[in-house]
Design a protein around this ligand. Structure first.
Ligand code: ADP
Length: 447
């Protein structure tokens, strides 16, 4: 087991990882920018190293400074959290070259899944169902037209290097295709420095369902069930559930089995999430994230398994603590992402939190790095906390969520709490009847 882990992140996830390390008796080092000197994870860590000024590229993305911090403090492993360097293959390679363990998969696996065309090809080879579309990058309009005619309109053009929903364009007819192709290519070129695009069938009313998987790096793979993250705004997840209200146990076991086997065959090590669109009973792979996800606590709530403990165990060579048959799904969990944003316009609302009171009681978990008097710096994303609620079934979970939202107090800034108070009373949400467009349509109606 590791002696000392350096946490290369900030906010709630830094604290989340720190808690797991403490439980396992591992010493912790955190790195932080000058804007985060008074952050909770800095206060609670055994050691901290300031690695630079507020802008991320000069601090949380500064590989050189982070490796130096490992060497100065003698950390033998790095947990990257999510975002920042968590899916940076070069970072994983550099740490390996310094004999420091990256708590995550190999650089090569990160690389394959980071290239969407390569990821889709790999998924297909491993027997994972994919969205019908082009085999690789589209070279010109003629090819685009041919593929689109084959799979049928509407189609979506997507950037191979894509991320954050950028570089995606829908074409409903052949007449739209030329413009969609050109715009997707130029957006992709500008955003990612790579204008390779590919084409896929556009699904009209899918749900976003993702499978939590784990590999031990030695040919064993398991799945921890799915999360339904269909409630999104601008491709950003807002509310996540486990299990999905749309799946039954048989469907879960089938897609879970396919994913676990794929992870085993790949020789993958650590946590991963295989994301699908789900429509009319069919799953369509869209991408794989090679890291811990923001929404991992809903899976922890229904399985009772600490996924960060598992990540640390696997990375240290200790293997997984569970076999597939040990993983049981118990009740229902929902996570609400509480952002420092206006609940209608979603413009960021940094500033000082004058009063912060979190709900409690059975089945309630709040992961947050903020406190009364904390000043939210304007440099980073606006997530200030996550409310995770567990119940024996979805109805009990929703009852408890409604009560917990009423108890939650964040004064001094705007937050997305009022949005969740509205959602929890909505009949579609109560029935679990929503797809990936539901939230945007709802917000448009409210305006
Ligand atoms: P990114 O990495 O940029 O987030 P994804 O491939 O994960 O891109 O897709 C993000 C979102 O875009 C999906 O959650 C879904 O809302 C939408 N999307 C992607 N592919 C399709 C498709 N083939 N049909 C319909 N919607 C899609």
């Amino acid at each position: 087991m590791f002696q000392k882990i350096l946490i290369a992140n900030r906010g709630e996830i830094a604290l989340r990882v720190l808690r797991a390390c403490k439980e396992l008796g591992i010493q912790t080092v955190v790195v932080h920018s000058t804007a985060d000197s008074d952050a909770m994870h800095v206060r609670l860590a055994d050691e901290s190293v300031c690695i630079g000024p507020p802008p991320s590229r000069e601090s949380y993305l500064n590989i050189h400074q982070i490796v130096a911090a490992c060497e100065i403090t003698g950390a033998d492993a790095v947990h990257p959290g999510y975002g920042f360097l968590s899916e940076n293959a070069k970072f994983a390679d550099i740490l390996a070259a310094h004999n420091i363990t990256f708590i995550g998969p190999s650089g090569d696996h990160i690389r394959v899944m980071g290239d969407k065309i390569e990821a889709k090809r790999t998924a297909k080879r491993l027997g994972i169902p994919v969205v019908p579309g082009s085999d690789g990058a589209i070279s010109d309009e003629k090819e685009a037209k041919r593929v689109a005619a084959e799979i049928g309109y509407p189609v979506i053009i997507k950037a191979s290097a894509g991320g954050g929903g950028r570089g995606m364009k829908v074409a409903r007819t052949e007449a739209d295709l030329e413009v969609a192709l050109q715009t997707a290519k130029s957006e992709a070129g500008a955003a990612f420095g790579d204008d390779a695009v590919y084409i896929e069938k556009y699904l009209e009313k899918p749900r976003h369902i993702e499978l939590q998987v784990f590999g031990d790096g030695a040919g064993r793979g398991v799945h921890f069930g799915e999360r339904d993250c269909s409630l999104q705004r601008r491709h950003q997840k807002v509310w996540e559930e486990a299990n999905s209200p749309a799946l039954n146990a048989e469907e879960r076991a089938r897609i879970g089995g396919i994913c676990a086997k794929a992870i085993a065959d790949l020789g993958y090590s650590g946590a991963g999430t295989i994301e699908f669109l789900y429509e009319n009973g069919e799953f369509y792979f869209i991408e794989m994230n090679t890291r811990l996800q923001v929404e991992h606590p809903v899976t922890e709530a229904i399985t009772g398994i600490d996924l960060v403990h598992e990540q640390i165990r696997v990375a240290s060579g200790g293997g997984l603590s569970v076999r597939q048959e040990d993983i049981k799904f118990n009740g229902h969990a929902i996570e609400c992402r509480i952002n420092a944003e206006d609940p209608r316009t979603f413009t960021p609302s940094p500033g000082t939190i004058t009063h912060f009171h979190t709900p409690g009681g059975l089945g309630i978990r709040v992961d947050s790095g903020v406190y009364s008097g904390y000043r939210i710096p304007p440099y980073y994303d606006s997530l200030i906390g996550k409310l995770i609620v567990h119940g024996r079934n979805r109805v009990e979970c929703m009852m408890r969520l409604r009560r917990a939202l009423d108890e939650f107090v964040v004064d001094g800034i705007k937050t997305t709490l009022p949005l969740f108070r509205d959602l929890v009373g909505n009949p579609d949400i109560a029935n679990g009847d929503y797809d990936i467009h539901w939230l945007e349509e709802y917000l448009a109606k409210e305006d």
